[in-house]
Ligand binder design. Structure first.
Ligand code: NAD
Ligand code: UD1
Length: 348
């Protein structure tokens, strides 16, 4: 029998790619998403790619009744919880929305899971919980802090999960801290489809390349880095998706073992362990796509840090997972998606 997984936020960027990886690994997927930042078309395309139907439920994680209905109709092996809002700037302007959606929504979900004695949870956290890191590469036990409501919402959920693990040792609460997810499925059929003007670097570059935006502004050229621009750990979304499969496989192994069945609160970085500068990414993108990327230097963006890259050892040792795809793959796949779908999931 296939293990069934509830994927909240499964219509979104990372969720849609993870649905494919889960299906390919033999899991059955049920997607629960309110489509506040995504399109049902993404789920259709995933279904087309895997050549199988996907059960999609339109619903909000803050809606207890809707969740209870889902849990009463399905027997899940685990939940992967992607659903959340993620725009840093918007979180500063609308903190209540972010805490309600990301924190209250997660608590409602955990509560309903508890009611149905379903206690395997994989949470989408972020390298943002490391604030301005003291040590590079960043290990999982580095100090945590937040500089904006989005980051604080992730950190708060992490604290909730830690407390829950202490209170009830039946829970497995794998907390995956993503570094900088970029790229798209190699088919070019699904990818990242930001609303409005992108805040993040890779979608901005690809929209410049496709002619939707005129010029990239590079925020800061005087950081203490290889070329003065910010350094990040970019990770291909397909590798990231496989990290989720590895986490579930690990939980499957644990649940089958004699002594332990739960893993408690388990934070794990998902990154490549390698830093790439903004300029290096722009250059690589321009080379592999043979597109011109006009850019100008601008002042530093408030809240940005110089460098951020993961220690990827724990994921390798514990989950047997490591990122395999290169910066070239990330640029090639982003461009395939962007050039074939200049308007994202909106037709024309
Ligand atoms: P995304 O916006 O593409 O996907 C999130 C999905 O959740 C969307 O489909 C949205 O409609 C849905 N959603 C939001 N609120 C919901 C609610 N209340 N009920 C039901 N569905 C809801 O974002 P993504 O890039 O795929 O990110 C997925 C998760 O990973 C998020 O929690 C995000 O904070 C986290 N994360 C993302 C990044 C990144 O760079 N993309 C980095 C670190 C962490
Ligand atoms: C940002 C968020 C982080 C979130 C992550 C994923 C901030 C301060 N941090 O991370 O909380 O988890 O996205 O959603 O917003 N850059 C440019 N020009 C641009 C865009 C970006 O030069 O137009 C630079 C940035 O200054 C940075 C690098 O590119 O040095 C990466 O930026 P971005 O893609 O936004 O990711 P982070 O800032 O790392």
């Amino acid at each position: 029998m296939k293990h069934k997984i509830l994927v909240t936020g499964g219509a979104g960027y990372i969720g849609s790619h993870t649905c494919i990886a889960l299906h390919q690994a033999g899991y059955e997927v049920v997607v629960f998403d309110n489509l506040s930042n995504s399109s049902a078309e993404a789920v259709n395309r995933v279904s087309q790619l895997i050549d199988a139907p996907i059960e999609f439920i339109k619903g909000d994680i803050r809606d207890r009744k809707a969740l209870q209905k889902v849990f009463s109709e399905h027997e899940f092996f685990g939940v992967i919880h992607f659903a959340g809002l993620k725009a840093v700037g918007e979180s500063v302007a609308k903190p209540l929305l972010y805490y309600d959606n990301n924190v209250s929504g997660t608590i409602t979900l955990l509560d309903v899971m508890s009611e149905f004695s379903m206690k395997r949870f994989v949470f989408s956290s972020s390298a943002t919980v490391y604030g301005d890191p003291e040590t590079l590469p960043i290990p999982e036990n580095a100090p945590r802090s937040a500089t904006n409501p989005y980051g604080q919402s992730k950190l708060t959920v992490e604290c909730v999960l830690e407390d829950l693990a202490v209170a009830d040792n039946d829970w497995s609460l794998v907390t995956l801290r993503y570094f900088n997810p970029v790229g798209a499925h190699s088919s070019g059929i699904i990818g990242e489809d930001p609303n409005d003007i992108p805040n993040n670097l890779m979608p901005f570059i690809s929209q410049v390349a496709v002619g939707k935006l005129e010029k990239l502004s590079i925020f800061g050229k005087d950081y203490a880095t290889i070329d003065g621009t910010g350094v990040r750990d970019f990770i291909h979304v397909t590798d990231l998706a496989l990290g989720h499969v590895a986490a579930l496989d690990y939980l499957k192994e644990q649940s089958g073992s004699k002594e332990g069945h739960s893993v408690g609160f388990l934070p794990i970085n998902l990154g490549t362990g390698k830093g790439t500068s903004v300029l290096e990414l722009v250059d690589t993108f321009a080379k592999v796509t043979e597109q011109d990327i006009p850019y100008q230097f601008a002042k530093r963006r408030a809240g940005d840090i110089a460098s951020c890259y993961a220690s990827a050892d724990k994921a390798k040792t514990l989950l047997g997972w490591e990122a395999k795809l290169s910066i070239i793959d990330m640029c090639t796949d982003t461009w395939r998606w962007q050039s074939r779908n200049p308007n994202g999931y909106n037709a024309s």
